[in-house]
Design a protein. Structure first.
Length: 92
C-alpha cells in the first residue's frame, strides 16, 4: 500500500492513515521499520505471512496491529488482508 508521506500525521488533513507491512521472517528489521513508520500514520498493521522467527511478537511489542497467518500465503493474500484490516479500522 503506497502513501504520499509528504505530510506527517496531525497536519492539515483529518485522514485516518495506516501503514500496512507484509512481512515474512523479518525479525531483525521489523521493529525499526515500525518505529520509523509511526510518525507518518495513525497506526501500523503487519501481516506476518507464516514466519518461523519472532516477527509477529516483535511487531506487537513495537505497537503494531498484527495479523498472523499460520502458513505462507504469498504477497497477494497479505496485501488483501492488510487492506481489509485497514478498512476495518475505518482508514481513509
Amino acid at each position: 500500500m503506497w502513501l504520499n508521506c509528504g505530510n506527517t500525521v496531525g497536519s492539515d488533513s483529518n485522514a485516518k492513515i495506516f501503514i500496512c507491512i507484509p512481512a515474512f521472517n523479518e525479525a531483525k528489521n521489523i521493529v525499526e521499520v515500525i518505529n520509523k513508520s509511526k510518525k507518518y500514520a495513525d497506526g501500523v498493521i503487519v501481516y506476518d505471512d507464516g514466519s518461523t522467527d519472532d516477527t509477529a511478537e516483535l511487531a506487537k511489542t513495537a505497537g503494531a496491529t498484527v495479523i498472523k497467518s499460520p502458513k505462507n500465503t504469498g504477497y497477494g493474500a497479505a496485501i488483501r488482508a492488510l487492506i481489509q484490516a485497514a478498512k476495518d479500522k475505518n482508514a481513509d
